[in-house]
Design a protein around this ligand. Structure first.
Ligand code: ATP
Ligand code: MG
Length: 282
């Protein structure tokens, strides 16, 4: 970990006024977001909110057409290589190659991310062990279960020892035990290295349990931000009507995502967004 030498340490991620549109679809629309070093930050929001688009701007996979994105002080538009060297990324779509073994998949990432040749074999083995795949390392990824594939992708992202790990829906489609497994592996690596984690999830129980702070994104912007407890308490204070029953994070999600916000055309737009997302995933 970098030492704070009196000066304030740079934020792990700092987005100001980030905007990104696909043709006439505004996916991210003036996003202000700060992720502090060492925290687990959850980016939540309904389908089509713009989470993946924002993340792809932060990872430099998409350009930053408007606004500013910095990762540990490095400009994602001007200094893409410096940013890439700092981060590990598990995308929403599957990224492991079914025709390679687990070890070959991780070794490929080690090469791409410039892990020194002499350290590669050991670092690959360590990353596989960290996600409990040492025993399955030499089997084809095609034979892995969904949970194993997600853990393999985690190993791919961890092999470069990133200071910032970005995970887009890391537990989607996994059974409850596999979900817990993924989070435990993330937690163990984080405890050992102090890395920062930026994660999206649709599982509010996971966000509540594992994230230090969460932001609720809707239609391209942050609409609520705080610790899970703060967000629950804030909504509870607004809804005095049901004393004792503290709202859940799912209630907070519904409150933000269901609030209509700006326009009457919203419903149509939401359906269109969801379909587009479904098409890309399918
Ligand atoms: N490559 C693309 N081409 C065109 N439109 C896109 C593309 N990627 C995203 N969009 C649109 O941008 C908007 C935001 O999509 P994005 O994938 O960022 O949302 P998301 O919050 O990650 O949603 P989900 O929770 O479903 O993953 C949606 O309206 C989507 O249809
Ligand atoms: Mg997404």
């Amino acid at each position: 970990m970098t030492r704070d030498t009196g000066r304030r340490q740079a934020d792990a991620v700092a987005c100001t006024g980030l905007a990104h549109a696909f043709d006439d679809t505004s996916a991210v629309d003036g996003l202000d977001l700060t992720v502090r070093p060492g925290e687990v930050f959850g980016l939540l929001g309904p389908n089509g909110a713009g989470k993946t688009t924002a993340i792809r701007c932060i990872t430099t996979l998409l350009p930053v057409p408007a606004g500013m994105v910095r990762v540990f002080g490095h400009d994602a538009a001007g200094d893409r290589m410096a940013v890439r060297r700092l981060l590990g990324y598990v995308p929403q779509q599957l990224s492991a190659d079914a025709g390679l073994t687990g070890r070959e998949n991780v070794a490929l990432f080690a090469r791409v991310f410039d892990v020194p040749r002499r350290e590669r074999a050991e670092r690959v083995a360590q990353a596989l062990a960290a996600v409990d795949l040492a025993d399955a390392a030499d089997r084809l990824a095609a034979t892995y279960s969904g949970g194993m594939v997600r853990r393999l992708e985690l190993a791919q992202a961890l092999v470069s020892a990133p200071r910032l790990l970005i995970l887009d829906e890391p537990t989607i489609g996994l059974d409850p035990i596999a979900r817990t497994g993924v989070w435990e592996h993330i937690g163990a690596v984080r405890a050992a290295t102090g890395m920062t984690v930026l994660v999206t999830t649709h599982y509010m129980d996971e966000a509540d349990q594992y994230c230090d702070r969460v932001a609720l994104m809707h239609r391209g912007r942050i609409r609520a931000l705080g610790t899970p407890a703060e967000l629950r308490e804030r909504l509870g204070a607004r809804r005095r009507a049901a004393p004792g029953a503290l709202p859940t994070l799912e209630d907070v999600f519904r409150d933000v995502a269901g609030s209509g916000l700006d326009d009457e055309a919203g419903d149509f737009r939401d359906v269109r967004s969801t379909r587009r997302t479904a098409r890309r995933v399918g």
